[in-house]
Write a protein that binds this ligand. Structure first.
Ligand SMILES: [Zn+2]
Length: 376
């Protein structure tokens, strides 16, 4: 990973490079920030930079033997630990038994998320942790001599998933590492982490990516026009992982808007046959789709209010949504917004309780008709 491939975060990057050149990188570091703001990417760029013999003030060379090994995640002095599930023999509950899955997952994905890792392993519903056997593997790795004569790195991706006993066993290794060993812990939340681990690491706080940096990166990496890139960046709020998730589901978002638009028009007009059809379609869909649709409706209604209060630049609409919102937002006002929100939330709870979907949507539609006609 080159520093120039990490989106934004210029100040942080320049601080890291400078400390690396001065040999001032502490032996234990914690990159803490939302997955999509780039804590993992920054840790990777730093390790590569510290090891590149031809680095400049700005970046690693990207072409030497060391850089190539980092890029393919095959550097012998780079060790990875990550949460896994129990697979067969308990003593084998260590990251290396998932080596192949990990490499396939991580190559070309510098903004990994826990959710996508679970999907990759097909491990939904399984308990994912860093089990205690891992502490021994890490101590062993760190006791080895460096293969290439430089630094040795131990990355712990998602350090918040270290089990307590794993963390306790690691304390000594982290506190008194062998020479040339650098710990790179990556986490999105410090709440679950032991204070004893936190106090032994240098905190590197990774904030959300600045809007203009994220917009630029989206435009460049995904060949979108400036307006589309701005729309996505608005929604993602500095989180590149969210951008990727939305791009993967762009069709899904469009479909939701289409459904919501038709539903609101039918509710407003009290178009009986259309409402019956829609209640049948929505109510007959999978529970998860029903909840997703209602969450979308709630999001849309909230953004209409933000928009109505004159904060148009804060309303998080894509341009396609904005076109409908400009006509629809005036029908959402202080006289009905609370009730509409309540009705949507009630429908959501009814669906959770396995009420009949068609009836829930039909009832909701008629009540919304009433609210949309309520005077301001
Ligand atoms: Zn290099």
């Amino acid at each position: 990973m080159l520093f120039r491939d990490v989106i934004g975060q210029e100040e942080l990057k320049s601080g890291l490079r400078e400390r690396a050149r001065q040999g001032m990188i502490p032996h234990a570091n914690l990159f803490l920030g939302e997955e999509g703001s780039g804590p993992f990417a920054l840790a990777m760029a730093l390790a590569q930079y510290m090891s590149c013999p031809h680095r400049t003030d700005d970046d690693s060379c990207g072409e030497c033997d060391s850089c190539k090994k980092f890029a393919s995640f095959q550097h012998p002095d780079m060790h990875f630990t990550y949460p896994i599930y129990t697979k067969g023999d308990v003593s084998k509950n260590v990251s290396t038994s998932f080596n192949e899955e990990w490499r396939n997952f991580i190559i070309g994905k510098p903004y990994p998320t826990f959710t996508s890792w679970i999907e990759h392993l097909d491990a939904a519903g399984k308990n994912m942790e860093v089990f205690v056997g891992e502490a021994e593997v890490i101590s062993r790795n760190m006791a080895l001599r460096s293969y290439e004569g430089g630094y040795k790195f131990q990355v712990i991706w998602l350090a918040e998933y270290l089990r307590q006993e794993t963390a306790n066993k690691l304390l000594k290794t982290i506190e008194e590492p062998t020479k040339g060993t650098i710990f790179l812990l990556v986490a999105s939340s410090s709440d679950r982490m032991l204070s004893t681990i936190l106090s032994r690491t240098q905190l590197i706080k990774v904030n959300a990516i600045a809007d203009e940096d994220l917009t630029g990166a989206i435009q460049q990496r995904h060949s979108l026009d400036p307006q589309q890139a701005r729309d996505l960046s608005q929604f993602a709020e500095g989180d590149y992982a969210k951008v990727l998730a939305m791009l993967n589901n762009a069709e899904g978002q469009k479909e939701l808007l289409g459904q919501f638009t038709s539903w609101m028009r039918a509710c407003y007009k009290r178009d009986a046959s259309e409402l019956v059809n829609m209640a049948a379609a929505l109510g007959g869909a999978a529970k998860q789709s029903q909840r997703q649709f209602l969450s979308y409706a709630l999001h849309f209604v909230r953004q209409c209010i933000v928009n109505n209060y004159g904060q148009t630049d804060l309303a998080r609409f894509t341009s396609e949504e904005g076109a409908f919102a400009s006509k629809f937002a005036p029908f959402i006002h202080h006289g009905n917004v609370l009730r509409i929100t309540e009705l949507l939330n009630e429908a959501m709870s009814d669906l959770f309780r396995n009420a009949n979907g068609k009836m829930v949507f039909m009832d909701l539609s008629l009540r919304l008709h009433h609210e949309l006609h309520r005077p301001q």
